[in-house]
Write a protein that binds this ligand. Structure first.
Ligand code: ZN
Length: 247
């Protein structure tokens, strides 16, 4: 739990996330918690454990745009639990409160520029917060430039440690990486092995060439040309089906 110094008796007054006023336990004065300063730190608990993160990754890897059997063939090369720092800005934009999330740590990891902080899941981050073995990535981007460029008037800004799992994996001797949002279970990835479309293109190309030849033939021998076209249609369909099964 975080604490604020009572402006009347100087005692440390503990308070919870979300409260605006807190009563000083020593002198009973009501203390307003001013969050417009930059001193607030929050963390979001891990809702996705390591097994679930790997399971989520495998389901993602089984998707139709991924290489055939990527879910089974991807070899995990490292699964790491991390807290990634983001700034959360609450702004009054024409009388409406809007929340903006910006990265506070420089990163090449995918997805971290589009994180959504879940409402109500913020825990005050202080010395007593248990990170549960997660690596805490230190913020290395200043807050001030964001503060001056965002729309509206500032209401509150805070640093939020966002829970992620980073998954490194190897497929066909090449290394890839993915990030699992440990709050929502969403998977982020910038590059991944894709399903090859070369075989489909080859089948379509061969069918096209055959049709042109048969079209030319039709000018002199109509009936055999139509018969050949029928064979081509069936062949393209059949080979296409085989390609789909094998890839
Ligand atoms: Zn007091």
């Amino acid at each position: 739990m975080a604490s604020i110094k009572c402006p009347k008796c100087a005692a440390p007054v503990p308070f919870d996330t979300g409260v605006k006023f807190v009563k000083c336990p020593y002198c009973s004065s009501l203390v307003y918690i001013d969050r417009t300063g930059a001193g607030f730190y929050y963390a979001i608990p891990f809702m996705v454990n390591e097994n679930d993160a790997v399971g989520t990754f495998r389901r993602w890897a089984a998707g139709s745009t991924k290489a055939k059997d990527l879910d089974k063939l991807a070899q995990l090369a490292g699964v790491k639990k991390k807290y990634f720092p983001v700034y959360m800005f609450k702004r009054d934009v024409n009388g409406v409160e809007q929340v903006f999330i910006e990265t506070a740590g420089s990163t090449t990891l995918p997805g971290l520029h589009n994180l959504k902080v879940p409402a109500g899941d913020l825990k005050v981050y202080d010395a007593t917060f248990d990170v549960g073995g997660a690596e805490l990535i230190k913020p290395d981007i200043e807050m001030t430039p964001y503060l001056n460029s965002l729309p509206g008037k500032p209401k509150e800004q805070a640093l939020v440690f966002f829970p992620i799992w980073t998954i490194d994996y190897v497929f066909n001797q090449k290394k890839y990486g993915a990030v699992v949002d440990a709050s929502s279970g969403e998977v982020f990835s910038s590059e991944f092995p894709t399903r090859s479309s070369n075989a489909y293109m080859a089948v379509a190309g061969a069918g096209f060439v055959a049709f042109i030849g048969e079209g030319l033939l039709a000018t002199s021998m109509l009936i055999p040309a139509i018969a050949l076209m029928a064979v081509t249609v069936v062949a393209v369909f059949y080979v296409g089906l085989q390609v789909a099964r094998r890839m």
